[in-house]
Design a protein around this ligand. Structure first.
Ligand code: BJW
Ligand code: ZN
Length: 258
């Protein structure tokens, strides 16, 4: 057995033994379903200007039509795609852990809903959900399910105050929902094992969660196509596609579990 396979097997065993586990996912976990990542070649964002235009409240207020059309495009894309073997492996691991009475949380930065579609139950969506909208004036906390794309008007109007609706997502410079970040932080603090999958580990506060977990004793396992800023802090790092590595780990976990 080579060193890489040996490490996979060791992580498989940790996955079988863990009583409290969590996973942090990013855009890379959905890449094999056909959803582009944000950064890098082929990513959604061409340059920093696009980040300011499409991923900040200021960009939205400057040109709400453009931002809504972009989210319509992404909603159309999200409706066409299916979860991939990486999503399914994570859902199966959750089921294994909860069946033996353990705790599991899947913390995702993705807004595409693919983890739930694959059967994951305890999903913590840090950056919102692309299928929901809310009032930009915050006239109520109500989350409004969006109809099939394309929307009849850009921007859609709030049914209560007539102001603009905005996508229910978290843009740069906006705080995450305190209840949700608290849930994610508690899961990270209590985890014995944390998998960090398909994220560039650059965007905070999400990128801080593995360090929080590690400071409370968790073993960190990174799965990514390439090294990231987190790699040197992770006890295990596997470089490759999450849709291939996660099912391999799950198979090994089953073998190790006897
Ligand atoms: C594969 C693969 C395959 C590909 N298999 N792998 C501390 C330090 C520094 C800065 C900050 C800090 N705290 C806050 C900040 C500012 C800012 C920030 O972090 N900036 C950094 C970029 C420098 N953070 C914020 O502004 C956050 N808010 C905040 O902190 O508020 C504080 C506050 C308090 C009180 C009042 C006001 C404010 C909010 C961050 C929101 C991020 N939002 C977005 C858009 C969401 C909606 C949408 O989707 O449209 O979230 S930006 C975008 O980045 C999106 C993602 O969820 C997020 C992370 O991206 P991700 O998932 O990592 O994707 P990529 O593309 O970067 O990476 C993909 C990875 O997958 C790559 O590594 C590939 O190699 C890999 N991969 N294929 C395995 N098949
Ligand atoms: Zn309103």
């Amino acid at each position: 057995m080579n060193a890489y396979q040996d490490e996979l097997r060791r992580v498989g065993r940790l996955m079988t033994e863990a009583r409290r586990a969590c996973v942090l996912t990013g855009a890379g976990v959905s890449a094999e379903s056909g959803i582009p990542t944000f950064r890098g070649a082929g990513g959604f964002w061409k340059d920093e200007q696009e980040v300011r235009d499409l991923a900040t409240l200021e960009g939205f207020l400057r040109d709400p039509k453009r931002v809504w059309e972009w989210y319509d495009m992404r909603r159309s894309q999200a409706k066409l795609v299916q979860p991939n073997p990486g999503h399914y492996a994570l859902a199966e691991w959750e089921q294994q852990i909860t069946t033996r009475g353990g705790e599991f949380a899947l913390i995702t930065q993705n807004i595409d809903g693919l983890h739930r579609a694959a059967g994951s139950q305890n999903v913590v969506e840090l950056h919102g959900n692309i299928h929901l909208a809310r009032c930009v004036n915050e006239c109520s906390e109500e989350l409004i399910p969006l109809p099939e794309p394309p929307l009849p008007e850009h921007p859609p109007k709030c049914p209560k105050c007539g102001g603009m609706l905005r996508p229910h997502v978290v843009w740069f410079g906006e705080p995450l929902n305190p209840r949700i970040i608290e849930q994610a932080t508690q899961a990270a603090y209590s985890a014995e094992l944390m998998l960090v999958v398909g994220t560039s580990a650059q965007v905070y506060p999400a990128a801080g969660l593995p360090y929080a977990a590690r400071s409370h004793g968790a073993v960190i396992v990174e799965i990514n196509l390439e090294p990231t800023e987190l790699t040197s802090a992770a006890q295990f790092a596997f470089h490759g596609k999450s849709g291939e590595i996660l099912p391999q780990l799950l198979e090994l976990a089953k073998e190790e579990g006897g």
